[in-house]
Ligand binder design. Structure first.
Ligand SMILES: NC(=O)c1ccc[n+]([C@@H]2O[C@H](COP(=O)([O-])OP(=O)(O)OC[C@H]3O[C@@H](n4cnc5c(N)ncnc54)[C@H](O)[C@@H]3O)[C@@H](O)[C@H]2O)c1
Length: 327
């Protein structure tokens, strides 16, 4: 996408800010909607004075904010705003549901009015604890009981996916859904496995080994995700489709911690974090989370390029150069 008007919700967040930078570099006029005021949006500090960046501080739960923000000529709307991180959604599932479900409903209503294509950012969490990995896009969703708060995120994102398909039936509004798998890289809030480990190790603290560290994830570098988002938005073949965007290499949490320690040249070790003790029955862990990425490759020609060693090396270097993030 070049020389176009584009909208990005959650543009001051981790993935959103990387996307905004790339869209600006490619010559687009970028309109960001985020609840954080621009002065506090540290992730956008390199581009905050860019002449093609327009920033609107608003709340997805207020339809009038979305209406005031919208630019009718916009070609595409990347919808990234959400409550993110297990700690946040188990502390207030109702707030999560309001922001993700009601916010997305409002947004879709306005997108329908102007015919703006929507790219909806979903998550590998929609598959829940389906043991049949790797997960294809049409794989089953296997969720736990509703009194376990962690499933509120998966359920909310799942409802939004239904909303995209349901809306399309009535309006043919073009949309695509992308499901991200454990994204990491510079600027991520320091409470995810990679970012938290980098943050702790560079602050001379021991990183946390969740339980026995044997659960696996497929960690995807943020630059690969930005490539995927842009390819999806540009592709006619992607309309009405869902794609897994993830690295196919499966890595244990233990290996991640070892990789961070190596990249930071540290021998500080780790401390064990007992998830049952800390989160109680509000939490249920998913042992393996692996995408099948064939569809994204066949339809879009996309696959993750940056492997974990390299991505963590870049993240550690960036963190060392950015004192504000380490605080
Ligand atoms: N990071 C990952 O590993 C990952 C994995 C799967 C899916 N995702 C999805 O990708 C998207 C971006 O995630 P991220 O990691 O960049 O998260 P992030 O928390 O860094 O960014 C989310 C942004 O949404 C904004 N926001 C929250 N509530 C809002 C509201 N009521 N109104 C307006 N803005 C609001 C926040 O201020 C923040 O800037 C999310 O939709 C998330 O569900 C992320």
């Amino acid at each position: 996408m070049t020389d176009s008007i584009v909208l990005v919700t959650g543009g001051s967040g981790f993935i959103g800010s990387h996307l905004v930078e790339r869209l600006l570099q490619d010559g687009n006029e970028v309109h960001v909607f985020d609840i954080v005021p621009l002065e506090q949006a540290m992730n956008l500090k390199e581009v905050k004075d860019h002449p093609n960046l327009h920033y609107f501080q608003g709340d997805l739960r207020k339809k009038e904010d979305i209406e005031r923000f919208w630019v009718p000529e916009a070609k595409v709307m990347y919808h990234l705003a959400s409550v993110v991180g297990i700690k946040n959604y188990i502390s207030d599932p109702l707030k999560l549901i309001d922001i993700v479900v009601i916010g997305t409903r409002y947004l879709l209503e306005v997108a329908n009015r102007y015919g703006t294509k929507v790219i909806f950012s979903s998550t590998s969490e929609v598959f829940g604890k389906n043991p049949a990995v790797p997960w294809k896009e049409d794989g089953d969703r296997v969720l736990g009981p509703t009194y376990v708060d962690r499933w509120s995120y998966s359920a909310s994102k799942g409802v939004c996916e239904h909303m995209m398909y349901g809306n399309y039936k009535h309006t043919q509004l073009p949309f695509s859904i992308v499901r991200f798998f454990n994204v990491y890289g510079p600027r991520q809030n320091p409470y995810f496995v990679v970012s938290q480990s980098v943050h702790k190790v560079l602050n001379h603290e021991q990183p946390l080994m969740y339980d026995d560290g044997k659960m696996t994830r497929c960690f995807t570098y943020v630059g690969d995700i930005v490539d995927g988002l842009i390819i999806v938005a540009d592709s006619e073949k992607a309309v009405g489709e869902t794609f897994n965007l993830g690295n196919s290499v499966e890595v244990s949490i233990r290996e991640v911690i070892q990789t961070v320690l190596r990249a930071a040249d540290s021998d500080i070790g780790y401390q064990v974090f007992d998830t049952q003790k800390e989160y109680g029955n509000k939490y249920e862990d998913i042992i393996r989370r692996v995408p099948d990425v064939q569809k994204a490759y066949e339809v879009l020609g996309w696959k993750a390029k940056v492997q974990l060693d390299e991505g963590i090396r870049r993240t550690v270097k960036w963190a060392r150069d950015n004192e504000w993030w380490l605080k």
